[in-house]
Write a protein that binds this ligand. Structure first.
Ligand SMILES: Nc1ncnc2c1ncn2[C@@H]1O[C@H](COP(=O)(O)OP(=O)(O)OP(=O)(O)O)[C@@H](O)[C@H]1O
Length: 833
């Protein structure tokens, strides 16, 4: 809270300023409307903030009637919204309704002061003297409390609806007339009208007619395109269905529009499309999704995604036909994950603020030149006693020539043309403003697996461990003895699902499981893997997450309970008993990773007794393993990758690899695809306590060097580092971060958060960044970059400006960008120059 009580700065990037009507100012303003024949009112349409200043005066937020909301994007870009404050009545004297706020607090209220901005509702919080975002049940909510919801009666549900609004993601679609007004009533078209009048007066008919035709064509194309986009977005997004909701006395079928946070819904046994975000409280789904544990403390939507069903998810079927699958509605409408995605389309991140600023500067400079030119024309011509009307026309003519009236038209048509060309290549763009900056990208970052390399993997060898030693690698996993724990781990430690007899899941899991030649039974009440002589029942799964770099399963074979864990070798060795990890692990790992192989390790332990399966905590289960072996997988680079990297390098665009994989694998792939050229030497930077160390790659380990001694000459060396070093450098050597970022080429074992931090650091250094990725761990980086390119139709696409599922997408994209500036025809580019 600032000292100025008319203003608050809640969390996020919004700033609120309070205003109330000033009748004296309003009277004068209306007078000016009349005097200017409505021109002032028209100007106020473009600048609603001016209208607010002219008719209202600043006041304390407590008594404000209207708000000026300033949206500060990273402190770099400001957008302004003028919104009315509304009152919502929620209860009677004896009844209050709880509302959940973004700071995690809950207010029991009868009446609310609210303001809606960018499809979200902000609630006046008397205690903090600020407006806070209204949220669902996803902030600071205790998991055990989910089990206290017993369904709302109709009346309670209606009161909640008054506050949260209907559960719809409503995309506005303007009528043709509205679009025409929005398009035409802009300062640019007024300037163009003015120019045309001047040119006609100057008998400049042909050019004027050409400009009129171009403008009409531009307006029509723009209206058609905008309406088409709005309709198609509404069609894609808009969805409503019947849902079964607990109304206290029992379950009834109702429209999904009426859902509110806290409603108890039943997931249909035959599947459905989720119309809200909800957390499971009973029953399981094959995906896998399991009920949230009552013993867990606070709900966290990111960490508890395995208990959460997100809006838009298609549930094909529930696992057991005889059990009720119940879920509590967490978020509705624009608060859901899908709503968030639609909001990012409706209100895209202003990535081109520099472009905008520069355009205003250019127009400003041109205006000054035009005014000087016009003044000179008036002065020089009037001394030669030329007719006054002729002088005025010539002076105005000069203004219209200096500022090219066809410039914005050229940019608009160029953008539309670019969008069409991208669509032809199956590349979807959710933020056309990004097209302007795409051509200025000077640093392109790539995720490795699935982006630079193929999605599919080939299992090369398995290396079992026996008595703390690696034994001879085995090419065919079926040659492992039937009682081999490594074989059992490969068969059971996966999260595959069988849908219509086909294995669905992580490609790594598919390859690993298929290599064993075991079978999977994934039915209502049994999940098991088996071969001719053995059956292993899978009792519980701890799914794979990128941050943990591992997944594990609790299984039962014959009488024993066992746990298998698979993940990155670094992670599995750190969770294993030291006396079981081969001493030669580092050199063996190096041997394979330097060849570019993806290496996965497996750990195993037997549980003496297992009391309550559901209460098992992941941290407790996943430790003290026996290290049982390695899987070596080949992950070939895509055919298009080397050419693409060469193309980027030729265009002087810096290329960087940011991956979650091992650093040696990453370096090998970076060399193979050309991110590191043959003549470049890479220094691997590490942090050892208070020292910065670097090893000049190929086996030269200069460690424990004092920070001052490590003078790596930038033109000679490039840098590679892991996520651990990245964080340590940020904390201990922040002054050297710039240098490492500028000359870094490979960043390995990076978590999603670290990927995002790197992009932000690159942006701070003035790079126009592009990020291309496909996984959930790339979302932050995709969102943070100027140009995000997602190769997945799932999580990542929500965060990216461009999405494609075709493998050679980036190649096509880069081709278009370099050849024709994203499809803007040459004539138009010339015109825009
Ligand atoms: N299905 C899986 N089961 C267990 N461990 C896995 C699985 N998939 C990946 N891993 C391990 O976790 C590590 C981190 O995975 P993550 O998805 O973050 O990155 P990545 O796939 O290796 O690389 P990139 O970021 O380039 O896509 C991997 O390097 C691998 O060792």
């Amino acid at each position: 809270m600032t000292s100025d009580s008319s203003q608050t700065k809640p969390t996020g990037d919004l700033e609120f300023h309070g205003y109330k009507r000033n009748y004296y100012r309003t009277f004068i303003t209306y007078l000016f409307y009349v005097i200017t024949f409505g021109l002032l009112r028209l100007i106020f349409c473009y600048c609603p903030t001016w209208r607010l200043y002219a008719t209202h005066s600043k006041c304390n937020l407590k008594i404000a009637e209207r708000l000026l909301i300033v949206d500060l994007y990273q402190g770099l870009y400001k957008s302004y919204f003028v919104k009315d404050i509304k009152r919502v009545f929620l209860g009677s004297e004896d009844k209050t309704i709880p509302v959940y706020l973004e700071d995690g607090s809950v207010k029991n209220v009868q009446e609310l002061r609210v303001v809606w901005c960018k499809k979200l509702c902000y609630v006046w919080d008397e205690d903090n003297n600020t407006f806070l975002k209204l949220v669902g049940l996803d902030k600071n909510f205790r998991c055990s409390d989910f089990y206290n919801f017993n369904g709302f009666s109709r009346e309670e549900q209606m009161l909640r609806l008054a506050c949260y609004g209907y559960n719809v993601i409503d995309v506005p679609v303007y009528t043709v007339l509205e679009l025409f007004c929005i398009e035409v009533l802009t300062p640019f078209y007024f300037f163009q009208l003015f120019s045309i009048v001047v040119w006609f007066c100057d008998h400049y008919y042909h050019y004027s007619t050409a400009i009129i035709l171009m403008s009409v064509f531009g307006i029509i194309t723009s209206i058609i395109q905008t309406r088409k986009n709005q309709l198609s977005l509404r069609r894609t997004v808009h969805s409503a269905d019947k849902v079964t909701v607990n109304r206290g006395w029992g379950f009834e079928e109702t429209s999904s529009r009426d859902l509110v946070p806290g409603d108890v819904i039943e997931i249909s046994k035959n599947g459905c499309v989720m119309q809200c975000d909800a957390v499971l409280i009973s029953g399981t789904l094959p995906v896998p999704k399991t009920p949230i544990s009552k013993t867990q403390n606070v709900f966290n939507i990111k960490e508890d995604s395995f208990h959460t069903l997100f809006c838009g998810t298609k549930v094909i079927q529930t696992r057991k036909q005889d059990e009720k699958v119940l879920a509590i509605v967490l978020r509705t409408g624009f608060l859901t994950s899908k709503g968030e995605l639609v909001r990012s389309i409706l209100y895209p991140t202003p990535t081109d603020f520099k472009f905008d600023q520069d355009s205003y500067k250019v127009i400003g400079i041109l205006t000054v030149i035009a005014v000087i030119g016009a003044t000179y024309t008036v002065v020089s011509k009037s001394t030669r006693s030329i007719d006054l009307s002729y002088i005025i026309i010539k002076a105005l003519d000069l203004i219209t020539t200096v500022i090219p009236p066809a410039l914005p038209y050229a940019i608009t048509v160029g953008k539309l043309h670019a969008l069409r060309r991208l669509k032809k290549q199956d590349i979807f763009c959710i933020n056309s403003r990004v097209i302007n900056v795409s051509g200025t990208v000077d640093c392109m970052c790539f995720d490795k697996t699935g982006t630079l390399t193929e999605d599919g993997l080939d299992l090369r060898v398995v290396v079992p461990v026996n008595d703390k030693r690696f034994v001879k690698p085995i090419k065919d996993a079926q040659d492992l003895p039937d009682d081999s724990v490594l074989l059992h781990g490969m068969a059971s430690c996966q999260s595959l699902t069988s849908i219509n007899g086909e294995l669905v899941g992580d490609p790594l899991d598919v390859k690993m499981f298929n290599a064993t030649n075991w079978c999977l039974k994934d039915s209502d009440n049994l999940r098991a893997v088996y071969n001719g002589c053995k059956v292993i029942k899978v009792l519980r799964q701890f799914p794979f997450t990128s941050n943990l770099q591992r997944m594990s399963v609790v299984v039962k074979s014959s009488l024993d309970f066992e746990i298998f864990c698979k993940g990155s070798p670094e992670m599995i060795s750190s969770l294993s008993l030291p006396e079981t990890v081969p001493d030669t692990l580092p050199s063996t790992l190096c041997f394979y990773t330097r060849k570019g192989y993806r290496v996965i390790a497996l750990g195993y332990k037997r549980l003496e007794n297992l009391q309550d399966l559901d209460k098992l905590e992941r941290d407790v289960v996943e430790r003290d393993f026996c290290f049982i072996g390695l899987l070596v997988l080949e992950n070939r680079i895509k055919k298009a990758t080397p050419g693409l990297i060469r193309c980027l390098k030729d265009a002087n665009i810096k290329t960087i690899m940011i991956t979650g994989d091992n650093i040696e694998t990453a370096l090998s792939v970076a060399k193979e695809c050309g991110i590191i050229s043959l003549d470049e030497v890479v220094a691997t930077v590490g942090v050892d306590h208070a020292y910065l160390s670097n090893s000049l790659n190929e086996f030269t380990n200069i460690t424990q060097a004092d920070e001052e001694l490590v003078q790596i000459n930038p033109p000679k060396y490039l840098y590679a580092m892991t996520g651990t070093s990245w964080t340590a450098i940020k904390q201990k050597f922040p002054k050297r971060l710039d240098e490492f970022v500028r000359h870094g080429v490979v960043f390995a074992r990076m978590s999603g958060k670290q990927k995002r931090e790197l992009i932000e650091e690159l942006k701070k250094q003035g790079y126009y960044t592009g990020m291309c990725g496909d996984g959930a761990n790339d979302c932050g980086a995709l969102k943070a970059s100027h140009v995000g390119i997602s190769l997945s139709g799932e999580d990542a696409s929500a965060a990216s400006s461009f999405t494609s599922k075709i493998p050679d997408f980036v190649e096509n994209f880069v081709k278009m960008e370099s050849n024709e500036d994203l499809g803007v025809p040459k004539e138009i580019q010339d015109c825009a120059k």
